[in-house]
Design a protein around this ligand. Sequence first.
Ligand SMILES: N[C@@H](CCC[C@H](N)C(=O)O)C(=O)O
Length: 249
Amino acid sequence: MKVSKYSANGNDFVIFHSDVKADRSKLAKIVCNRQEGVGADGLIVIVPHDKYDFEWQFYNSDGSTAEMCGNGSRACAHYAFYNELAPKNMSFLTEAGVINAEVDANSGMVLSELTPPKILEKDIIFGGKNWWKLDTGVPHMVSFTENIKEFDILEARELRYKYNANVNIAFVDGNNLRVRTYERGVEDETLACGTGMAACFYRALMEKKISGDIEVYPKSGDTLYLGMNDKTITFKGKVKRVFETEWKI
Ligand SMILES: N[C@@H](CCC[C@H](N)C(=O)O)C(=O)O
């Protein structure tokens, strides 16, 4: 099997395509294992679709499925374009809905239009902080902090299980955001989370802490570009194809 390893600003994925849609939960655990597998935060499998350029199956590293993944959507679009599975402007089906993406072949920049954001619950008080629960394709808890260096992983883990959501803290840096995310299904902090950055962006926009298009800096230190496009969030940044290999399981 030919597989590619991608990094989307530190959020890393194993990607391959197949003609068969199947349960690949066990495979996800094996390939994502950082000691005995390729090592990644998630596995993406591209399968054919009648109406859209393709459909994807997304798995977290623990084998659980997720409806959506922002960084994964950009990495997947890049893979699909370079493997001639889709044109540079493409639409593909996820469990959260249809995602439109655009690959810039020269710069390696990929833009993805996320599903319309939803506020699920406001003003949840936990650990002395005010949290909002939002859906940007998958559920996210968002709170603002004055000190982005302090992210209490144990508290985040407690909140993750209580609300079955990913957990983000964000620091408003001028008109930009610094974000850290504890990811469900990886069960730890990751270097970047696209739908998490989008959830922080949306809460900050709703509370008028920021305006217009902004830059977001995840833990990896990279720069992502977020903006509102009608009702959807546009999410842009570089992706890196780390390597491609043949892998026998
Ligand atoms: N890293 C992703 C989100 C992946 C899914 C998430 N871990 C969940 O289970 O909800 C992103 O970039 O959005």
